[in-house]
Design a protein around this ligand. Structure first.
Ligand code: NDP
Ligand code: MG
Length: 334
């Protein structure tokens, strides 16, 4: 099944002419989407709490940030660009009461709407416009005349006018320059969580740590284990990014390619695939969402403890030293 893709000609910016777009949160996505929309001629207001760097940033960009409640009251399109774990409370406390029939409630990730933490009131449709890239790229590509490909989704039963407004919004942030793929709240939310858990964050980190530990336990120097199991990952991922698995296999030695075909499947086994299915089922059933929401209700107690423990894993200690020897990588420390 090929996905439906929209480009500039499929979207009409003039639909936004008489609309006030409220961006709630001036973080990674907020600062990028707000500035792109303004440069596209839209009327943009910002809801951002005072006292932090993002408030000052919004002011320095020429906005007059106000409370989330005031922005929601004035906006016809209200986009919640806060961290996913705080959206439910802020929506219930500051936003929901200010939405009127005909407003469009928006987001860039479906978690809260799909799992029922943000429930649009009667007469309000929900739309997702999700750039497939971080905010700084959404901004810098737009400034260069391009745009980051984006996803769009509409709540069930949404009016056709809401789809047209969401597409116009996607055009305003530059998304239709790159291409906008239509999805659903369920598909966007579930695939996003699955990707970050199984591959991007969870799977890769666990693989790297296990391989590092294996070499170090066998008596090899941690420095060697770091280079082989973590540092060089970037070279491989860059090849994936540019030309997929084929290009990686074309670029590496035949010895490496042979090892890939014969040993890789012994690492990701039928058992691993079964576990992936289980993780997917937990996402689909809402079990993961419930766990994470409850963790937040508990003040992130276990999340913080795990973060602390992970930060002192030996690969982090040796990595910190080695990265200081490689000035070109612009090493970061948290
Ligand atoms: P950020 O963490 O960068 O932005 C956070 C914003 O929310 C800041 O303005 C911050 O203000 C404000 N904020 C945080 N906590 C609170 C709070 N308790 N009360 C009031 N305001 C608060 O978020 P992102 O831009 O990363 O994410 C926004 C949405 O976009 C999410 O739904 C995310 O899933 C989605 N998304 C993010 C992408 C990314 O690459 N970052 C990519 C695609 C989608 P302050 O500075 O005062 O803390
Ligand atoms: Mg994501």
């Amino acid at each position: 099944m090929a996905a439906r893709v929209y480009y500039d000609d499929d979207a009409d910016l003039s639909l936004l002419k008489n609309k006030t777009i409220a961006i709630i949160g001036y973080g990674s996505q907020g600062h990028a989407q707000a500035q792109n929309l303004r440069d596209s001629g839209c009327n943009v207001i910002i809801g951002q709490r005072p006292g932090g760097a993002n408030y000052d940033l919004a002011v320095s960009h020429g906005f007059k940030p106000m409370s989330a409640a005031d922005a929601a009251a004035r906006g016809d399109m209200v986009n919640i660009l806060l961290p996913d774990e705080v959206q439910g409370d802020i929506y219930r406390n500051d936003i929901r009461a200010h939405l009127k029939p005909g407003d469009l409630l928006m987001c860039s990730h479906g978690f809260n709407i799909h799992f029922g933490q943000v429930l649009p009131p009667k007469g309000v449709d929900a739309a997702l416009v999700a750039p497939k890239g971080p905010g700084h790229l959404v901004r810098s590509e737009y400034e260069k005349g391009g745009g980051v490909p984006s996803l769009i989704a509409l709540s069930e039963g949404a009016a056709e006018t809401s789809r047209q407004l969401a597409l116009a919004y996607a055009k305003g942030i530059g998304g239709t320059r790159g291409g906008v793929i239509e999805t659903t709240f369920a598909e966007e939310t579930e695939t996003d969580l699955f990707g970050e858990q199984v591959v991007l964050c969870g799977g890769v980190s666990a693989l790297v740590k296990a391989a590092f530990d294996t070499l170090v336990e066998a008596g090899y120097q941690p420095e060697m284990a770091y280079f082989e199991c973590m540092h060089e990952l970037k070279l491989i991922v860059d090849l994936f990014y540019q030309g997929g698995l084929n290009y990686m296999r074309y670029s590496v030695s035949n010895t490496a390619e042979y090892g890939d075909y014969t040993r890789g499947p012994r690492i990701v086994t039928d058992q691993t695939r079964a576990e992936m299915k289980k993780i997917l089922t937990e996402i689909q059933s809402g079990q993961f969402a419930r766990d994470w929401l409850l963790e937040n209700r508990a003040g992130q107690a276990s999340f913080h403890a795990t973060r602390r423990r992970e930060r002192s894993h030996p690969i982090e200690l040796v990595g910190k030293q080695l990265r200081r020897m490689m000035t070109w990588i612009k090493a970061k420390e948290v």
